[in-house]
Design a binder for this molecule. Structure first.
Ligand code: NAI
Ligand code: UGA
Length: 431
């Protein structure tokens, strides 16, 4: 099939390349000329494991190209909309200007029978509104939310856990079945819904994941007071298959370009619908999450007896999670910036996210290795659990720092081994 992907960011670039690997002919469109230039060279404009190899193979096959010109969607019969839906500047809800602009730009290029497929995460009701304009061209709209995780985006796109088709006709379902023929043949569950349900499935999934993380972080606030251990608690409740151990890692909390803005957008939309009280708990989920960052800052300030000014802090990690260079709403970066704001001498290191962090926060100091960040530090914060930080040798690390004080914001280092090497270790929610 010939298809276009409008918006080539973390979602769209992976989707475009993955569709090629499934045998389709794809053109990726973006308004950002630098991104398109990079993709055209076969270079991923961001860090995503497996994407460079996929891009190289797709470009070599001649089935993938990129353009800034929307007219290049000519000849495509399926058009994915994968542009951003960030939090609005006023904080109230999702900013739909990019989705609206992308669909509006697409309209003159649509032919009767084309299928426009929304992938962006949008407030419920958006698809119904856009469907009217799309239908006026003789084309049709479907909403097919995306559940990929950054760091695993390629695998999640090619082998999704499930496919959700928000469709208004049998024909739209058939077209989507053809798009995802490989996954469908492999037995991937397909849930066919109306538009509103498809939009809400996505919002509800992210709200649930955020709630699960904040639940365990709320428990961590309690274990901290009584000297109990949140990791053992999570293991123990996680053995119950009804609860499950995944997404019960307590620590500095969730960030990224999705969970935080999606729960806020859901709250705003529910309020618009007169059902604010139904999801008012999401405000608590957000508040618990943000308190975890405060906790790490407080622990750091306490480690300097309340006077962090001029004191050296090594911050290990800047991205919102490992295997990604994404710093959108990153708890790690937030903590680094705020400690710098308190006058601490913050030296940060991240294996992949430093270029993005440096662009946004040139005032911070960046080291080019974990060892260089540790050199002379009086407190070490581990705030993104990259494998190379998990593999640090506590004895060698102790020899680099001025004071062996560790705050493990992700509860991934073995406190017994680190204490044995002379470190004073504080985990989150751990004795
Ligand atoms: N990043 C992720 O892991 C996932 C993201 N999503 C959703 O997918 C959507 C996109 O997210 P990301 O890819 O992370 O955002 P992003 O910010 O990385 O990418 C959005 C891209 O759209 C481009 N764009 C904006 N307006 C455009 C227009 N009119 N025409 C063409 N291109 C345009 C931007 O230049 C940018 O490259 C959001 O709604 C997000 O919630 C859903 C699942 C996973
Ligand atoms: O809508 C989206 O964009 C995506 O949002 C999340 O994916 P992602 O943001 O890539 O990352 P997650 O793995 O969900 O992690 C989110 C945040 O939660 C934190 N987290 C995760 C799990 C956990 O147990 N504890 C915890 O603090 C991570 O460190 C990270 O900051 C969802 O997992 C995806 O299914 C969804 O498609």
């Amino acid at each position: 099939m010939k298809m276009s992907v409008i918006g080539c960011g973390y979602l769209g670039a992976v989707h475009a390349a993955a569709m090629t690997s499934l045998g389709h002919d794809v053109v990726g469109i973006d308004v950002d000329p630098e991104k398109i230039a990079s993709l055209t060279r076969g270079e991923a404009p961001f860090f995503e494991p497996g994407l460079p190899e996929l891009l190289t193979a797709s470009m070599a096959s001649g089935q993938l190209r990129f353009s800034t010109d929307i007219a290049d969607v000519a000849g495509c019969t399926v058009h994915f909309v994968a542009v951003g839906t960030p939090q609005r500047r006023d904080g109230h809800g999702a900013d739909l200007t990019y989705v609206d602009a992308a669909v509006e730009a697409l309209l003159p290029h649509l032919a009767p029978g084309d299928l426009v497929v929304g992938k962006s995460t949008v407030p419920v009701g958006t698809a119904g509104r856009l469907a009217v304009d799309v239908a006026a061209t003789g084309a049709e709209l479907a909403w097919n939310p995306e559940f990929l995780r950054e760091g695993f985006a390629v695998k999640d796109t090619i082998e999704p856990d499930r496919l959700v088709y928000g469709v208004a006709s049998e024909r739209a379902r058939q077209v989507l079945d053809e798009v995802y023929a490989v996954a469908v043949a492999a037995g991937t569950p397909v849930v066919e819904t109306d538009y509103a349900t498809a939009e809400l499935v996505k919002t509800a999934a992210n709200a649930f994941l955020a709630t699960k993380i904040s639940f365990i972080n709320a428990m961590a606030e309690i274990t901290e007071v009584v000297g109990a251990d949140i990791t053992l608690l999570a293991d123990a409740i996680g053995h119950d298959a009804r609860i499950g151990r995944k997404f019960l890692n307590a620590g500095i909390g969730f960030g990224g370009g999705c969970l935080p803005k999606d729960i806020r957008a859901f709250t705003a939309r529910a309020e618009e619908l007169g059902r604010g009280e139904s999801v008012s708990f999401l405000k608590e989920v957000d508040a618990i999450n943000l308190r975890r960052r405060e906790r790490v800052i407080d622990l750091t300030v306490d480690a300097f007896d309340g006077r962090p000014h001029g004191r050296r802090v090594a911050v290990l990690g800047l991205s919102f999670k490992p295997h990604s260079d994404d710093i959108r709403d990153s708890p790690a970066l937030d903590v680094a910036v705020r400690l710098h704001g308190l006058g601490a001498d913050v030296v940060s290191y991240d294996p992949e996210a430093m270029a993005n962090a440096r662009r946004l926060h040139p005032q911070l100091t960046y080291a080019d290795s974990a060892e260089k960040a540790l050199a002379g530090a009086e407190v070490v914060l581990l705030v993104t659990e990259w494998p190379e930080f998990r593999a640090l040798d506590p004895v060698a690390a102790a020899a680099l720092v001025d004071r062996p004080v560790l705050i493990d914001g992700r509860n991934v280092l073995d406190p017994v081994a680190w204490r044995a090497a002379g470190w004073h270790v504080t985990g989150l929610g751990r004795p």
